[in-house]
Design a protein around this ligand. Structure first.
Ligand code: SF4
Length: 488
């Protein structure tokens, strides 16, 4: 999973690094989508060159004023990386750039499932050589190859041909944002719209009605930067925003099968964002309400004992509020998060993840001792984190602990950019709720089911492949793809 952004403003702008600053500020709001690395690329019409900065680390650590001032030009793209494929090395960091046949820079969020066969085929048939292990390079080479094949000066018509060829050949999830030197900014979204992309716009100033456009992963970035939300980019849609501020659109398919990732609402996206017209915050409140409906009879019958509702911070807090309201139980934050420690889910080794759990959550003894706790989490992936938290709560005097999960059991791999690497590592792979409870040390584990999640988000068609094994694309190359994953 990654965060992506692209900004294009008028070519005559008094602030030379305006677009890079906008993209940088936007990336700060998308930091939750990836914490491994960050990068920015700009194109300056005046000097006719690209400027680039990228490095491992958080957005605020990678960039400073001096670096941002160098990123001149009215167009910029940015990326914050959560590495699920490729290596940890700098050669795999985004953006990637190519000068052939026109200067193009790209960033993307997602994963190409057919990366291996496609890159082999491109090497054999088109003579291409790959210098990274990043699937973005496939997009970049296909774009260059088919733009050249289309011949003539750069135009939207030529760009459409290249976008269609990319669309026809690639399999997987992608929200791709690119820029073409002196021509504009573009976005392309996979046929299922698995990964999100939204379009926003604003005027240069109150007195200057020329438009600045922004393509990005989530509306939280648009809101923060003061852009008016225009719309979500459609699955299979190619949009091109030219230097005049015109937004041109082409649909690579007339039969899009919209299947956005349910996990964007359950866990990944910022609570402030709205995707596909559905507020992430409201969806999480609804997940808690549906969970309350499920738990009420179990509590009434005495099957489950609960004195307080306690979230595993942060994502589960929203659902815990509505759950406590629905059950008439007090909401208590018995675990206080150390905000300076990264999400354990995103840390890159098992050892780091285990240490991080203890570092990042401080128990509040007065709220724990002698209580039956209804602990709320957004998912159980490996079970490592839950197990540590439950053992921590017991050490601080908790009586019975029921784990309520605002998702269904995750039993299958994700090939679309979320890090559930191998089904063997998933706590729920072959286990029922009782066995999972025993594994994590809880008295009970209560899950939602697929329909509960659809109801809470308010969308019928969602990717839920990690729950039900129904993948919206071919995963023939899933095995080979797994080898590309970052070593854990
Ligand atoms: S498999 Fe699961 S995590 Fe991956 S895209 Fe589908 S719903 Fe999201």
């Amino acid at each position: 999973m990654c965060g992506v952004i692209g900004v294009i403003g008028p070519f005559q702008n008094p602030e030379p690094s305006f677009a890079a600053y906008e993209a940088y500020r936007g990336l700060l709001t998308l930091q939750h989508r990836g914490q491994d690395a960050a990068g920015l690329l700009s194109w300056d019409h005046g000097s006719q060159r690209f400027y680039q900065e990228k490095d491992l680390g958080l957005v605020a650590d990678v960039f400073n004023k001096e670096k941002l001032e160098k990123l001149r030009g009215p167009v910029a793209i940015g990326h914050t990386r959560y590495a699920t494929a490729g290596g940890d090395g700098r050669e795999d960091l985004q953006p990637l750039v190519s000068g052939f046949p026109v200067g193009t820079g790209m960033v993307h969020n997602g994963n190409l499932v057919n990366y291996h066969s496609l890159s082999r085929q491109m090497s054999a048939e088109m003579g291409m050589r790959f210098v990274t292990h990043n699937d973005l390079e496939v997009f970049l080479h296909l774009w260059g190859h088919f733009l050249r094949e289309a011949q003539g000066d750069f135009s939207f018509e030529r760009a459409k041909v290249a976008a269609q060829e990319i669309f026809n050949r690639t399999e997987g999830a992608y929200a791709l944002i690119g820029m073409v030197s002196d021509e504009g900014l573009f976005g392309l979204r996979d046929p299922g719209g698995i990964r999100p992309m939204v379009l926003g716009r604003k005027q240069v100033s109150e007195t200057d009605s020329r438009l600045i456009h922004c393509l990005t992963s989530e509306t939280v970035a648009l809101n923060f930067l003061g852009y008016e939300y225009v719309r979500d980019i459609e699955p299979g849609e190619f949009v091109f925003i030219n230097t005049e501020g015109e937004v041109l659109s082409y649909h690579c398919t007339n039969k899009p099968q919209k299947t956005p990732c349910m996990f964007e609402w359950v866990y990944f996206s910022g609570a402030e964002s709205t995707l596909e017209g559905k507020s992430v915050y409201t969806s999480r409140l609804n997940l808690g309400t549906v969970l309350a409906r499920k738990l009420k009879p179990m509590i009434a019958s005495g099957e489950i004992e609960a004195d307080i509702v306690c979230p595993v911070p942060d994502t589960s807090r929203t659902a815990s509020i509505s759950l406590s309201e629905g059950l008439g139980l007090p909401y208590r934050e018995a675990l206080i998060k150390n905000r300076y420690i990264h999400r354990s889910f995103i840390l890159n080794t098992q050892e780091a993840r285990e240490k991080a759990v203890e570092l990042k959550l401080s128990p509040v003894r007065s709220e724990i001792e002698g209580k039956n706790i209804l602990l709320v989490d957004d998912s159980i992936v490996r079970g490592t984190t839950c197990k540590k938290i439950i053992s921590l709560l017991k050490r601080y005097g908790a009586k019975k602990i029921t784990l309520a999960v605002t998702c269904a059991p995750i039993r299958h791999a994700c090939y679309y950019g979320i890090d559930f690497p191998s089904p063997d590592e998933l706590a729920a792979k072959d286990s029922k709720a009782d066995a999972i409870a025993a594994l994590v040390g809880a008295t009970h584990v209560v899950y939602l089911d697929e329909n509960d999640i659809r109801e809470a988000i308010g969308l019928k068609n969602l990717c839920m492949a990690c729950l039900n094994n129904k993948y919206p694309t071919s995963i023939e190359e899933g095995g080979e793809f797994a080898k590309l994953r970052r070593k854990k």
